[in-house]
Design a protein around this ligand. Structure first.
Ligand SMILES: [Zn+2]
Length: 429
């Protein structure tokens, strides 16, 4: 048995085992691999990968196994609901983790953590790891949105909340790139928040897609409260009167008081047509899936993601609209290409298609609503309720749906691979 390390260091909450062992090895001037060998064991059933072992880590650190398991997400028993956690580790908030010595703390956070409300710092979604997290001192509504997000968890459960907030971002992203002449439209607020987070002219150093998510987060949560609610989903899936009530309420939350769904270029109409009557969407993968209970590879920003960030910064500097970049970010993958999404060859097409698919328009035009189906401003209205087995029986909290196939590829970073992934995802249907 390995001997006990002299410097006592506790793990941070939600910290990964690799992050903790890396800090311990740094503080003791030991090679990581040597210490990892002492505190891990091979998984039963073979293979060369080694997994963190609670009792060995307890012996080496002198901390009770229960204390370690409380903090280290991979040691928790029973295992956490991995679907409710992000699949990528990310840096902890700088002030929350400042007292944890030995290097950066990497955490696996649950999907609902976007803001450190205590220190008013934007922490999610995971992005380039080397970028400092922005402060929200000047953006109290973004901090308030985190406080509004948490009650959704209790009301709707983690599954509906996860799907609803991502769908909220998707709707905001689509709308941001469209023009508005409403002075109260949320798009005006997104631009103003972006001006604070990424001041014009500083895009080279301040840009990150994560900050664009921050700019839309308040409305994403407001919209999510409807998207995740069975009551409002049933109205959206209902006949014309229900749809109109839903449209009025979602329009109000987005600052467009006279909003009516349109048959083209409208992510809300698309959601009403294709998604509102379906169960929530699942993450494409989990932290546990690609690497077992723990692995020894901490995510690092690679050259491709740095290049992509630079291209996005240039794009954003040109038009100061964040929609396109938000929609292309892997954070929205699970709701951009859903399990039942209409077949598309390329991921790039899917972005356009989720606002304006040929199938969607065809479906809308077949309906005898008497609307002008050729103009893109024509109103979308489904004349009859969408028959839905899911909505007929669903109660809160909705459970994670089971995928028909065991297909769950890791979400890829590179655009080329993401296209392949999107292609595979739709072949499943
Ligand atoms: Zn903090």
């Amino acid at each position: 048995m390995a001997s006990r390390l002299p410097i006592a260091v506790a793990p941070a909450g939600h910290e990964t085992a690799v992050s903790y062992v890396t800090r311990l090895s740094t503080l003791h001037g030991m090679p990581f691999a040597e210490l990892w060998h002492q505190v891990s064991r091979p998984r039963t059933g073979g293979g060369t990968a080694r997994f963190i072992a609670g009792e060995r880590l307890a012996a080496v650190t002198g901390l009770p196994e229960t204390t370690l398991a409380h903090a280290l997400v991979e040691l928790r028993r029973p295992e956490p609901d991995w679907l409710a956690y992000r699949h990528e580790p990310q840096h902890g908030g700088p002030r929350c983790t400042a007292r944890h010595l030995g290097g950066p703390v990497l955490q696996v956070l649950p999907h609902h953590r976007y803001v450190c409300t205590r220190h008013r710092i934007w922490i999610g979604p995971p992005d380039l790891l080397d970028l400092p997290y922005p402060t929200l001192d000047e953006l109290p509504d973004v901090v308030a949105a985190q406080r509004a997000h948490l009650p959704l968890l209790h009301r709707l459960g983690p599954v509906a909340t996860y799907d609803a907030v991502l769908t909220g971002f998707l709707i905001c992203g689509h709308r941001w790139d469209q023009d508005t002449d409403h002075p109260n439209d949320a798009r005006v607020a997104w631009s103003e928040r972006a001006d604070i987070l990424i001041p014009a002219g500083t895009e080279d150093t301040t840009f990150s897609t994560s900050r664009l998510f921050a700019a839309t987060y308040p409305e994403a949560v407001k919209v999510a409260a409807l998207i995740g609610s069975l009551h409002w989903r049933r109205l959206a899936a209902d006949g014309p009167n229900g749809q109109r009530r839903f449209a009025t309420e979602i329009g109000r939350r987005l600052g467009e008081s006279d909003y009516r769904p349109r048959i083209a270029q409208d992510p809300i109409a698309h959601w009403i047509e294709q998604d509102c009557w379906q169960p929530p969407s699942l993450p494409k993968t989990t932290y546990r899936a690609p690497r077992g209970t723990s692995g020894t590879t901490a995510a690092k920003p690679n050259q491709q993601s740095i290049d992509r960030n630079r291209r996005s910064a240039t794009w954003f500097a040109r038009n100061r609209r964040g929609g396109r970049v938000i929609l292309y970010h892997r954070h929205l993958g699970p709701v951009l290409v859903r399990d039942w999404s209409t077949p598309m060859d390329l991921f790039t097409d899917t972005v356009t298609a989720s606002a304006d698919t040929g199938e969607f328009r065809a479906a809308a035009t077949q309906h005898p609503t008497g609307i002008d189906t050729h103009g893109i401003t024509a109103e979308y209205l489904r004349p009859v309720p969408a028959p839905s087995k899911h909505l007929a029986t669903a109660i809160n909290p909705v459970p994670w749906p089971t995928r028909a196939t065991s297909h769950s590829p890791p979400v890829q970073e590179q655009p080329a691979q993401r296209k392949v992934f999107a292609h595979k995802a739709i072949l499943r249907t």
